[in-house]
Design a protein around this ligand. Structure first.
Ligand SMILES: [Zn+2]
Length: 247
């Protein structure tokens, strides 16, 4: 399986996923960069996978359907029921899976950023949308802090070598914030140096790795005794999320 990040807008990532000659795109906010990536990879795009309904993840759906032989537009059942994703054909719920070129793709519901948020997991790759970023997490727009903390707890239980492909390039800012939560965390310091160097070299910071996130991401570490400092897990998570909203 090949995953090709496709930068869109100012800091969004769409991803081209290629398996046995089939291609899907995750969260195409725009069509043009995706069409260029498809042409370069010489593949036929037949599927669109959406982690949630925000405009900066779905804007490319209609023009891609015009240009490509799209067979599936896959999103959550919640977003389908609320008709928030244009041209959606498949409604996915927690624990569902589907076949993509012989690979199994699993679905995990991760509400919080939005109520319809889902992750796609396949062959050690996690497409986490705006729920889990490298060293951060998305804002809690529709759900509750408890919901979001549970969704992140679900994701952190995935295998340690899972590759994390997230919805935005926010890594450097996220790690600067992580330093304010854990000033003594050497892994955060090291990850920040690497992320700054990568961005200066115009490289992506995706994919992350789950074990690295466990060591550095404050939204995975909210119930670590040193981070929670006596607060209950949800209160700790909420305090960190609120601090990030104002960072
Ligand atoms: Zn979003």
């Amino acid at each position: 399986m090949q995953v090709i990040p496709v930068p869109c807008l100012s800091d969004n990532y769409a991803y081209l996923v290629i398996e046995n000659g089939r291609a899907a795109v995750v969260d195409p906010s725009q069509a043009d960069p995706v069409l260029r990536a498809i042409a370069e990879a010489r593949v036929k795009l037949t599927e669109i996978w959406l982690t949630h309904h925000h405009w900066d993840h779905i804007g490319g759906i209609e023009p891609l359907i015009e240009e490509c032989p799209i067979e599936h537009v896959r999103g959550s059942r919640y977003d389908g029921d609320h008709q928030r994703i244009p041209r959606q054909t498949d409604m996915l719920s927690d624990g569902d899976s589907f076949d993509f070129g012989g690979a199994k793709v699993g679905i995990v519901e991760i509400p919080g950023h939005t109520l319809g948020a889902i992750a796609f997991i396949t062959e050690g790759n996690l497409f986490s949308g705006d729920t889990l970023f490298i060293a951060g997490c998305g804002r809690v727009f529709e759900g509750t802090m408890e919901m979001m903390s549970k969704s992140l707890a679900k994701l952190r239980s995935l295998p340690a070598d899972t590759k994390v492909w997230c919805g935005h390039e926010y890594t450097v800012n996220n790690l600067r914030f992580a330093q304010t939560i854990e000033p003594g965390n050497r892994e955060v310091e090291h990850a920040l140096r690497e992320a700054v160097a990568a961005r200066e070299a115009k490289q992506f910071t995706v994919p992350g790795r789950l074990d690295q996130e466990l060591a550095t991401n404050p939204f995975f570490r909210f119930d670590d005794p040193g981070v929670a400092a006596g607060r209950d897990p949800v209160a700790s998570f909420a305090a960190i999320r609120e601090a990030k909203d104002n960072f």
